[in-house]
Design a protein around this ligand. Structure first.
Ligand code: KG4
Ligand code: ZN
Length: 350
């Protein structure tokens, strides 16, 4: 049950191709409304920034209206506005930030410009309650793959490692394309892999060799894996043999998940952290979720993963982080806050 007098926070997310509007009261999720332009990008095999920005413009007001209707609240009931200020696509972010400023100004309510990655972490509080401090967060999406030490979500997070080339989701999307699966590829690989063998091909595990671990113990690299899959598929095609899509998908997925989970648990245990949170679109992956739970249990680490719909981009995550800012009494952002396409993860509130 929502606490009746807890502040009502509206969150806006437009960093990529989802126009998300969430309404949260305290830590209770009242509405999570998403309009996606993903189908408009599918034929290009990736998100086209200008198309995404235009779609946000068209979707913004109807999505806000739908969220309010779902939650059974009026805009004038809202106590604070939160918006993703970065990182993300510059033009797409601008639509969300401009809309949030207009709402904050019109309603006379405080505005919080928050970090997209920190919001991916905060959303879990809506489902599983307060985040233990510290928590080790593995954030894996189409644009990011990072290991973060979260001590206080509203003050900043410490990056422990990140991808040095492709993001995990990008690797899923590119490999899906190689296998003739639609964009975005992650969910299609996940489904195809269910009927394949994860040991069919022994694909490389990036940055796990001893010499790589010296410099990149907690970093990721997926471009070598993507190239290995491409070579393997090409060799099959040259030989005139069919490509076993389910087996390649399962073997590729196993390689990605193996490295993600191995490094996340290494980071957690090396810091003495007992809670691991998975977040971002790739955290919707069924194998990643299962493998993380299984291996974490063996080393005494607890795993928290939001339900798949809260892992991919949405407005609830932004509202969740905004609500946490309000609860901890953080100073709101200035009304001239910028949209920062490369906002560092160390900056959670601008
Ligand atoms: O967090 P998100 O919605 O947007 C970004 O901030 O990037 O993540 C989107 C990414 C895409 O690359 C998509 O293929 C991937 O998440 N994804 C998945 C799954 N669902 C979404 N990857 C693997 N398995 C899934 N089930
Ligand atoms: Zn995201």
């Amino acid at each position: 049950m929502p606490t009746p007098d807890a502040p009502l926070v509206l969150g806006i997310e437009t960093s990529c191709d989802e126009t998300g509007v969430g309404l949260v009261r305290g830590t209770t999720l009242l509405a999570d409304t998403v309009a996606s332009s993903v189908e408009e990008h599918a034929r290009f095999g990736g998100v086209v920034p200008e198309v995404a920005s235009r779609a946000h413009l068209e979707a913004m007001v109807p999505t806000i209206e739908r969220a309010c209707a779902t939650a059974g609240v009026r805009l004038t009931d809202v106590d604070a506005i939160a918006v993703t200020s970065g990182p993300g696509l510059a033009g797409a972010l601008l639509v969300g930030v401009a809309s949030a400023k207009a709402l904050a100004l019109g309603l006379g309510k405080p505005l919080y410009g928050v970090n997209h990655l920190a919001a991916h972490v905060a959303v879990d509080q809506l489902e599983h309650g307060p985040l233990p401090e510290p928590t080790l967060a593995l954030l894996v999406s189409g644009g990011h793959s990072s290991l973060l030490k979260v001590t206080d979500l509203t003050l900043g997070v410490d990056p422990m490692g990140a991808t040095i080339d492709d993001a995990a989701g990008e690797a899923f999307d590119k490999v899906a394309r190689l296998l003739g699966l639609p964009f975005p590829g992650g969910p299609h690989i996940d489904r195809a892999a269910a009927s394949g063998s994860s040991v069919y091909v022994d694909f490389p595990r990036g940055l796990t060799a001893r010499r790589d671990l010296e410099r990149h113990r907690f970093d990721f690299s997926f471009s070598g894996l993507k190239t290995a899959v491409a070579r393997w598929v090409e060799a099959r095609e040259r030989a005139g043999e069919p490509v076993p899509v389910a087996d390649v998908a399962a073997s590729f997925q196993e390689a990605v998940c193996d490295v993600l989970v191995r490094k996340a648990l290494d980071a957690a245990t090396s810091e003495g952290i007992e809670d691991l949170l998975l977040g971002g679109g790739v955290a919707a992956n069924s194998r990643l979720r299962a493998m993380a739970v299984e291996r974490a249990e063996a080393v005494g680490v607890r795993v928290r993963v939001p339900r798949p719909g809260l892992c991919t981009d949405n407005g609830a995550m932004v509202a969740a982080l905004g609500a946490e800012m309000v609860a901890r009494g953080r100073t709101p952002s200035a009304l001239d806050l910028p949209a920062d396409s490369s906002q560092p993860v160390t900056s959670v509130l601008v």
